[in-house]
Design a protein around this ligand. Sequence first.
Ligand SMILES: [Zn+2]
Length: 179
Amino acid sequence: MTKQEVVTFLEKIKANYQSFSQEGYVLNEWYERLKDYDKEDVYKKFEEHLKGDLGSQIPKIHFITKYLIKSSEKGNQNNYKVLCPNCKKVLSLKDYEAHIERHNSIEYMKLHSKMFTILNEEKLLKMPEVLFKEKYDEFIEKLCEVLMSKEEKTQSEKEEFQRLQNYVYSKAGMPISIN
Ligand SMILES: [Zn+2]
């Protein structure tokens, strides 16, 4: 935060807590402690304080900065890399979850690999999300049809069919069955 931003912030505190002092030394202290953080984060934390258990008390600087990430460290957080345990690909943290989900979907497709002329795992993994989703949904619908046409279903096939049908229905915005 800039010094001017801290001045404005202290005015906001004053507006909520009349006994809060904005004297020069207070400003300098708060500025020293807040200058490394982003304005948005500080304001958000202050709002939390207002709504929290200690909302009747003037917030301590310590509370405001607790758990906040410094502006200079935010870049590093985005650059944080993780290794996929499945394919050993190096990913940024924000892509990790979607990547693992993709693996899981492909694993499921592999279980029914007889439904594919060719199942190119590598290609499926690299495919853009929209395209993969389309392919995956096609596969689910096909699998759903295969299971439906099967006269004698085992218990697990029945359950699987139910799950698949729910997936198809929920995509179409239709009510799903819980059993
Ligand atoms: Zn992977």
